[in-house]
Design a protein around this ligand. Structure first.
Ligand SMILES: C[S@@+](CC[C@H](N)C(=O)[O-])C[C@H]1O[C@@H](n2cnc3c(N)ncnc32)[C@H](O)[C@@H]1O
Length: 221
């Protein structure tokens, strides 16, 4: 029995995943062609990513169920106490991380979201899941909210916000990553600049792709 598989979290996650997977949840994104969607979500231009995510304010855009369980497992297997997440949305991935912290005996999880209505819904979900005490939700653009007051050592990271910001956000966190820290980047196939860094042999990472579009990297130095 784990926090993930018992009340109150298990039924909450089932409801959230069902809502996330329901047809017609893409809201304003339905107005974009697949090409526009891919290019706006991957852009590092503030105008583009604000435009994309304002159209996506009702869409969960959550990691898939398998990736979510993987997040829980990574936290448990590394006995992590310190996690940073870029891209909260309604909090599905955050809840998996926080469940891992709970089962590790506690810790600190910083997550960040710039869409106020999503942040409000995420806070409700953190409370409903009984995990709010472990989660610090920073509202605003990650380039500002993650620029200061980070834990001395970060052990696990999820990059799941605007794809064009994966590299600048990684650079904000880099000095705090402990050797062996794990970084999961969802939809990493949309950010070649990020992949070039984590896959290069001289930038202090070991990195592998898995599933269709998730990159798992480890800080080596
Ligand atoms: C893919 S969703 C996150 C899904 C979430 N990790 C999950 O699995 O449930 C990306 C979220 O990041 C937010 N976001 C995108 N760029 C951001 C930025 N620069 N700063 C803060 N939040 C951002 C969006 O509003 C959106 O809610």
């Amino acid at each position: 029995m784990t926090t993930l598989t018992t009340e109150p979290l298990a039924p909450l996650l089932e409801r959230l995943f069902s809502e996330a997977e329901a047809p017609g949840r893409s809201g304003g994104l339905a107005r974009l062609s697949p090409g526009q969607r891919a290019s706006l979500s991957a852009s590092s231009s503030e105008k583009d990513y604000l435009n994309f995510y304002s159209l996506a304010k009702d869409a969960y855009l959550a990691v898939d169920r398998e990736t979510a369980v993987l997040l829980y497992m990574l936290v448990r297997s590394t006995a992590a106490r310190s996690i940073v997440e870029f891209g909260t949305s309604f909090g599905i991935s955050t809840l998996h991380f926080a469940a891992g912290l709970r089962d590790n005996g506690g810790g600190r999880l910083i997550t960040t979201e710039f869409e106020p209505s999503k942040a409000a819904r995420a806070r409700e979900n953190f409370a409903a899941g009984g995990l709010a005490d472990l989660i610090e939700l920073r509202e605003g653009d990650a380039l500002e909210t993650l620029a200061n007051d980070l834990p001395e050592q970060i052990e696990v990271v999820l990059l799941d916000g605007a794809k064009g910001l994966y590299l600048p956000v990684l650079e904000l966190l880099e000095d705090h990553l402990r050797p062996g820290a794990l970084i999961v980047a969802d939809n990493a196939d949309r950010t070649p600049q990020y992949l070039e860094v984590v896959r290069s042999t001289d930038r202090g990472y070991t990195s592998v792709p898995f599933a269709d579009d998730v990159e798992l990297s480890m800080r080596t130095g």
